[in-house]
Design a protein around this ligand. Structure first.
Ligand code: GDP
Length: 195
């Protein structure tokens, strides 16, 4: 499934453009530069599926990819970029919250957290939105190859302690590295369990 066909079929900037529900959806979200494109590429064994980009805050759209008709992977626009205007932030909130609230086929949102940086307020804002929308969340730690052992332990403890307060969130993190392939099979299994 993950090494088979994976096709981009919709880039959605407002809810009118949302494709009608067709397959279970798994979404990926995270702060700009958290390593989301790299993780999606590692997950689907592609090099260029999701554009890795160093110009965060640029395009605000939900990108839909069809994984062999079995499930749809939804790449959410990155958030938390300092230079984004208040208006753009509000647009992001509106788009994301209305998508989360009105999408029964959305099985879960994987929220990516940099293993060196831990949870930030903007991540908690999203997790609160997931609580409010009643959508389940799983936290994925990214770039574990860059974190030292103590750093990884500290982040894991910080994140898992915070998750206890959020009904939407699965209480354990999934450590990954797109560069080294760490945790990618576990992520694939987690997705299979959800769809
Ligand atoms: P996005 O903005 O969330 O899509 O982040 P990208 O996937 O574009 O990654 C941001 C930066 O982090 C890039 O320079 C990547 O090469 C780097 N990066 C992403 N994943 C990893 C990882 O697992 N390990 C390391 N060392 N670097 C990573």
């Amino acid at each position: 499934l993950f090494s088979g066909p994976c096709e981009f079929f919709a880039g959605v900037m407002d809810l009118n453009g949302l494709p009608p529900e067709g397959a279970p959806e798994i979404a990926f979200a995270g702060r700009s530069n958290v390593g989301k494109s790299s993780l999606i590429n590692a997950l689907t064994a592609r090099k260029t599926l999701a554009r890795t980009s160093n110009t965060p805050g640029r395009t605000q759209q939900l990108n839909f990819f069809d994984l062999g008709g079995v499930f749809w992977l939804v790449d959410m626009p990155g958030y938390g970029y300092a230079k984004v205007s208040k208006k753009m932030r509000e647009e992001w909130d509106n788009l994301i919250f209305s998508y989360l609230r009105g999408r029964p086929s959305l099985r879960s949102v994987f929220v990516l957290i940099d293993s060196r940086h831990g949870l930030k307020d903007v991540d908690l804002d999203l997790i609160k939105m997931l609580d409010a929308a009643g959508v389940s969340a799983r936290i994925v730690l990214t770039k574990v190859d860059k974190a030292g052992f103590q750093e990884l332990k500290k982040t894991t403890e910080q994140v898992e302690a915070a998750l206890k307060k959020h009904p939407s969130a699965f209480p354990f993190v999934l450590p990954t590295s797109s560069d080294k392939g760490t945790g990618i099979p576990d992520l694939q299994v987690a997705i299979l369990e959800l769809i």
